[in-house]
Design a protein around this ligand. Structure first.
Ligand code: ADP
Length: 482
């Protein structure tokens, strides 16, 4: 890997402003999901190192919290600029460890940086309130203060953005944070730490540790110094972490699994719907928690939509993410390929028809053909489970109320999309979908300015926007007798 700045590739963790090895000196090799080649190694840390990082975050807290919002914002602003200045290198690191096409990786760096920019500015707007007193001599004020030491556990599908979406609001609010990135994608996280150090973010304010997920996670969840945990990942792990956090009553933000419906009504602009579906389904090879998982198409436009979608899918270029023109990289690992394969086989067995793709790609390894299935129905696994791969099952429907019912018939409630033009239909559907985020006539809804998060088993809390910083603030009410 040829980085402009080779010092961005770190094989040590960043704790209390120091680059360190594991106490045991043990390391683990990280491989490129496109080629299987070893990229480099990272330390295997555990409970003791996590404890040290948390202690450093506690020690750093008073001085960081005491800075003015403008001072904290200036350091975050510098961090934001450094992400942009180093975006080519960050993208290359990300593509190497995660697989996504380089253009998508660059897009993610911009997206990741945007959270830092947003919250650098938002730090200044942590307003309180004054409330008319309940008695003649009483004056009531509300102030907001940082919750304190925080911890974050992040997934591999967005190796940069899932970290900045948590760290930026935390640091802007005056909290300190210890991050455990996904085991598959540590290098992007460690490069972010290099840039945080260069931006002048003080020692202990932002630490990154790699290694034994269970040991690190257990310490983060049980250590009473940590006042809040922010997690993005699977619902099963989220539930475990929530239970582990219960005895110390930590605040929690959980961004968990999704099973997004994507509905196309008869009056939709079909070309726009196809374009939206391509983004909502095939971005990151279908490996995002807001990816369309079930595509419901009204009977009148079903055949047209299916044909146009298949034509668009045929134009996707599968390959190694660093190759120019590639639109679809590998899946993260063999288990991910097996899951797509098993969802596909189950659907075919129950009557679905393959319209495009339909097998492991001829490149082999972790590459899978972008696939379109017709005749999907609710008996199939694709209707219930998140596929997390480039497989689009098309369900046919007739009735609006019926499709709303089907769309909501899942334990998840993260993102939903629909295409239609009748204004009363648009409002009815938007208000009826039990999802934290609804895209109407668009397949791309993520932005730092809007609240990202889910209902039901998709989690707790929101990230991004003015709501995102509230997750890192305590409300304190001061009652004064005069
Ligand atoms: P995925 O299946 O997408 O990898 P996971 O929920 O397993 O999603 O992983 C998301 C993050 O949670 C990763 O950083 C992973 O290391 C971490 N993780 C997984 N299991 C645990 C656990 N028991 N305790 C703490 N962290 C965990």
């Amino acid at each position: 890997m040829l980085l402009n700045d080779p010092s961005l590739l770190r094989q040590q963790c960043y704790i209390n402003g120091q680059w360190c090895d594991a106490n045991s000196k043990e390391t683990v090799a990280i491989t490129n999901p496109a080629t299987g080649a070893v990229i480099a190694c990272v330390p295997v840390m555990g409970q003791a190192e996590t404890q040290a990082a948390i202690a450093a975050a506690e020690a750093a807290l008073p001085a960081w919290r005491a800075l003015t919002a403008k001072e904290r914002g200036a350091k975050l602003r510098r961090w934001f600029e450094l992400l942009n200045e180093n975006s080519d290198d960050l993208a290359l690191l990300m593509t190497s460890e995660q697989g996504k096409p380089l253009t998508e990786a660059k897009g993610e760096v911009t997206y990741a940086a945007s959270f830092i920019e947003w919250f650098a500015e938002e730090a200044k707007r942590i307003y309180g309130d004054t409330i008319p007193g309940h008695q003649g001599d009483k004056r009531i004020m509300v102030i907001k203060q940082p919750v304190g030491v925080t911890a974050a556990i992040t997934p591999w599908n967005f190796p940069a953005a899932m970290i900045t979406r948590k760290a930026a609001p935390a640091l802007a609010a005056g909290c300190t944070m210890v991050v455990k990135p996904a085991p598959q994608t540590p290098f992007t996280a460690l490069a972010l730490a290099v840039l945080a150090e260069r931006a002048g973010i003080p020692a202990g304010v932002f630490s990154v540790i790699t290694g034994d997920a269970i040991a690190i996670g257990n310490e983060m969840c049980t250590n009473p110094i940590v006042r809040k945990l922010s997690f993005t990942g699977s619902t099963n792990v989220g539930i475990k972490l929530m239970a582990q956090c219960a005895p110390t009553l930590k605040k929690l933000s959980l961004e968990l699994g999704g099973n997004a419906p994507f509905i196309v009504f008869d009056d939709a602009n079909i070309d726009a719907a196809v374009e939206g579906a391509m983004i909502a389904k095939y971005r990151n090879a279908g490996q995002t928690c807001v990816c369309a998982n079930r595509i419901y198409v009204q009977a009148g436009v079903y055949d047209e939509f299916a044909e146009k979608l298949s034509m668009a899918v045929a134009k996707l270029k599968v390959g190694e993410g660093i190759i120019a023109g590639v639109t679809t990289g590998p899946l993260i690992n063999a288990a991910a390929v097996e899951k797509v394969q098993s969802h596909l086989e189950d659907a075919i067995k129950k009557g679905a028809t393959v319209l495009a793709g339909g097998k492991v790609h001829e490149l082999g390894g972790n590459f899978f053909e972008p696939t379109v299935l017709t005749n999907a129905d609710k008996s199939m696994r694709v209707a219930r489970e998140e596929t997390f791969g480039p497989l689009a099952p098309l369900f046919k429907f007739n009735d609006v109320d019926d499709v709303i019912k089907q769309a909501n018939d899942t334990e998840f409630g993260l993102a939903a999309y629909f295409y239609g033009r009748d204004i009363s239909l648009v409002w009815k559907v938007a208000e009826s979908l039990e999802y934290g985020m609804v895209g109407v006539n668009t397949g791309l809804i993520s932005t730092e300015v809007a609240p990202f998060g889910g209902m039901k088993s998709s989690g707790l809390g929101r990230e991004g926007s003015k709501y995102g910083i509230e997750e890192y603030l305590e409300i304190k009410y001061i009652c004064m007798s005069v």
